[in-house]
Design a protein around this ligand. Structure first.
Ligand SMILES: [Zn+2]
Length: 330
């Protein structure tokens, strides 16, 4: 039995495996520029962020109907459950779908068809977080929030993702204020490839409660001290960091130093179909490459539940944490 954990940094579009991409392409009559799943799988061996993003957006063309989004989410939840995920807070990128004519309702209702039944079907509780693409305009983000208003009973919070450098958090001040006024929780990618100042800005200007990645906080000791003092969770994605060259090799990942510094770190999969593994694979990788002790792994799992947005159900959180404490490593 795998270590129980919550997944807090997972883009549902990044869970599209080649087999499902081909199945959906066939169902929807979409032509993919790959001969078969093997050739597509080889294309997943991209070299950098831009070639990843190109493939990522190209493959989204196969997602057209509610059924497609339901199938995508169910495929992820099944894999996540098998790797010990008990609770998942799932990102989605509405702008990437709206731009190609697939409406907010199709995306949210389709995902919800899987998420709403996830506990009975997969034993995984879920929340949905809507992300704004930071390389799109601030106005586009505001329009997206407006389009989401009929679906806010399905959405727990907002996030900020895609290409970071050149798109500082302050660009999205207005939409985050509007989201806060609607009672939405706030997170943002910051300090992955962007500088530590973006992390500070995400906290001070956007009011985020959790920082996605946040790796580069380690360049600023005063910031580390603040993140520790304020107990700000960081959602790290070790295998993603290697694939996108935020670190050269996993053995050099700063996770052990971050834990030693007292940071509230969690381990997540980001875009698992593309980055070489799901949540449990990331735990296995840091265990073997970084030599983390069982108590450190338990701490990471405990942190994932402490950092999750389960304030509406503290009983559930306590139950999950108790599962972590009782877990026996094999
Ligand atoms: Zn991400």
């Amino acid at each position: 039995m795998p270590l129980p954990k919550a997944e807090l940094h997972l883009h549902i579009e990044g869970t599209l495996e080649p087999e499902l991409a081909f199945a959906l392409a066939e169902r929807n009559g979409v032509e993919l520029p790959y001969a078969d799943t093997e050739q597509l799988r080889r294309a997943y061996a991209f070299e950098d962020l831009q070639s990843f993003l190109n493939l990522y957006y190209e493959l989204m063309a196969v997602l057209r109907t509610e059924q497609d989004f339901e199938d995508l989410a169910n495929a992820y939840l099944e894999r996540a459950a098998a790797q010990g995920v008990r609770h998942a807070e799932i990102f989605f990128d509405p702008q990437a779908h709206i731009a190609r004519g697939v409406g907010m309702g199709t995306v949210v209702e389709g995902l919800w068809r899987a998420l709403g039944r996830s506990e009975e079907n997969h034993g995984v509780s879920t929340q949905l977080i809507m992300c704004f693409l930071r390389d799109e305009s601030a106005d586009s983000a505001l329009e997206t929030l407006e389009a989401a208003k009929p679906y806010l009973d399905r959405i727990v919070g907002v996030g900020l993702d895609s290409a970071e450098v050149g798109h500082p958090p302050v660009k999205f001040r207005e939409v985050y204020e509007a989201a806060a006024a609607l009672g939405l929780r706030r997170v943002a990618h910051a300090g992955e490839e962007g500088p530590p100042e973006y992390i500070t800005e995400a906290l001070d200007v956007l009011g985020v409660e959790r920082v996605d990645h946040g790796l580069r906080c380690m360049e600023d000791p005063a910031l580390v001290e603040r993140l520790v003092r304020e107990r700000v969770p960081l959602t790290l994605c070790p295998l993603s960091n290697v694939r996108l060259r935020a670190v050269d090799v996993l053995a050099e990942h700063p996770l052990p130093a971050m834990l030693d510094a007292g940071l509230l770190c969690t381990v997540n999969s980001d875009d698992p179909a593309y980055f070489g593994g799901y949540a449990g694979d990331n735990f296995d990788a840091v265990r073997s490459s970084l030599g983390l002790s069982e108590e450190r792994l338990r701490e990471l799992a405990r942190n994932s539940f402490l950092a999750s947005f389960l304030e509406h159900d503290e009983e559930r959180r306590a139950r999950y944490v108790a599962e972590v404490e009782a877990y026996e490593f094999s």
